[in-house]
Design a protein around this ligand. Structure first.
Ligand SMILES: C[S@@+](CC[C@H](N)C(=O)[O-])C[C@H]1O[C@@H](n2cnc3c(N)ncnc32)[C@H](O)[C@@H]1O
Length: 303
C-alpha cells in the first residue's frame, strides 16, 4: 500500500476507527493499534495521526538514532515489532519531559514526531503530527478537590488546546450541567452561567455567585427567554439527532453564535449524524483525549 498517514487508535475504540475508515472509504493496514492509511486523512477516532509518513532503512540502532535526530527533535514511539530494539533507539533520542500541564498553560514548545520500527531495519516516521504530546496523551495537573466530576477535563482540554475562552463577563448556558464540572470551569473563567439540568447541582457548585441554576429539561427551555446568551454548552446525555435539533433551534431562535457540545453515542458512533453536524458551516469535531465514547463538536464565531 502507498503509506501516507498513520493513525493511532484510541484504546478500546479501535472498532470505531475501523468503522470510520470504512465509512470514508479509506484503505488501511492494521499493525497493533497503528493504522496505516493510503490517504492524507486525520480520523476523528484517532488519539494522534502522523501525517505524510516517511520510510527509511537503518543499518543499526545508532543509524536509527542518527536518522531520527536529523529529521526532528522530539519523538514518541509506538512499538509494533522488535520492541527492545525500538526502545534502545528511543533511549538515544532527546528525552521528553512528560509532565502534566496547567489549565490554559503553555503547550510544549516543539512539535512531537511519531515513529515505529516496521522490521529490524525499517523505520517509519513523521515530524508532522496532530499533537504536541507524546502519542497524543494530554494530561493536566488536576483539581481533585472542587470539581464534582471529571467532565471538567474535557473543557480544560478544549480551551487549552483548541479554542479560545469566552471573554470575562459573557453570558453562557450550560445544558446538562449536573453535577457541575463544566459550570465550575465556566464560573472560574468569570462568565455568567445559566446552568440547566433536570437533576440538582452539587451544593458547592450551586452556591457559586455567578451561576444561576434552572432545574428543568434543556429541551423545554425557550431560547427567546434568554436573549443575551453568547455561548451554548451542552454535555447532555441524549441521542445525537435530538442534540442537533436543539442546536438548530438555538441557532434560529436566539442570538447565540458559539456552541460547544459533546455528541454522545449509545452503541456505535453514527457517522451520518457526525456529517450532519459538520454541515454546520465552520464547525469542527474531534475526539479529545478526555472524551470517552463521545466526540466534541464546536463552532465559534469571531466578533
Ligand atoms: C455527563 S452528565 C453532565 C456532566 C457535567 N457536564 C459536568 O461537568 O458535571 C449529563 C447530564 O445530562 C443531564 N440530562 C439528561 N437529559 C437532560 C435534559 N433533557 N435536560 C437537561 N439535562 C439533561 C443528566 O441529568 C446529566 O446530569
Amino acid at each position: 500500500m502507498n503509506l501516507i498517514n498513520i493513525a493511532l487508535a484510541i484504546f478500546e475504540l479501535e472498532h470505531e476507527l475501523e468503522r470510520e475508515l470504512r465509512y470514508r472509504k479509506i484503505n488501511f493496514e492494521k499493525h497493533d493499534r497503528l493504522y496505516f492509511l493510503d490517504q492524507n486523512y486525520c480520523p476523528i477516532f484517532a488519539q494522534v495521526t502522523w501525517i505524510n509518513c516517511k520510510k527509511e532503512t537503518i543499518a543499526s540502532i545508532g543509524d536509527g538514532i542518527k536518522k531520527l535526530k536529523a529529521a526532528g527533535r522530539n519523538w514518541s514511539l509506538f512499538t509494533i515489532e522488535n520492541h527492545r530494539r525500538a526502545q534502545l533507539i528511543q533511549e538515544g533520542l532527546y528525552k521528553i519531559k512528560d509532565q502534566p500541564i496547567e489549565f490554559l498553560g503553555d503547550l510544549p514548545k516543539y512539535p512531537m514526531g511519531g515513529w515505529t520500527l516496521l522490521d529490524a531495519n525499517t523505520i517509519v516516521y513523521s515530524t508532522e503530527t496532530t499533537s504536541r504530546f507524546a502519542l497524543g496523551k494530554c494530561e493536566f495537573v488536576e483539581n481533585k478537590t472542587i470539581p464534582p466530576s471529571r467532565a471538567y477535563l474535557k473543557l480544560w482540554e478544549l480551551f487549552t488546546l483548541h479554542c479560545k475562552t469566552p471573554a470575562k463577563g459573557t453570558q453562557v448556558i450550560d445544558m446538562g450541567s449536573c453535577p457541575g464540572g463544566w459550570s465550575w470551569v465556566l464560573s472560574e473563567l468569570g462568565l455568567n452561567v445559566v446552568s440547566v439540568d433536570k437533576a440538582p447541582l452539587d451544593p458547592k457548585i450551586a452556591k457559586l455567585a455567578n451561576i444561576t441554576f434552572l432545574q428543568e429539561s434543556a429541551f423545554a427551555l425557550d431560547p427567546k427567554s434568554l436573549p443575551n446568551i453568547e455561548w451554548f454548552f451542552s454535555d447532555i446525555i441524549c441521542y445525537p439527532e435530538r442534540l442537533l435539533t436543539l442546536i438548530k433551534k438555538w441557532m434560529q431562535e436566539s442570538n447565540t453564535k458559539n456552541f460547544v457540545c459533546t455528541i454522545k453515542f449509545q452503541g456505535e458512533a453514527d457517522f451520518k449524524v457526525i456529517d450532519e453536524f459538520l454541515k454546520i458551516d465552520g464547525s469542527k469535531i474531534i475526539h479529545l483525549y478526555h472524551n470517552k465514547h463521545e466526540v466534541m463538536w464546536w463552532l465559534t464565531k469571531k466578533y
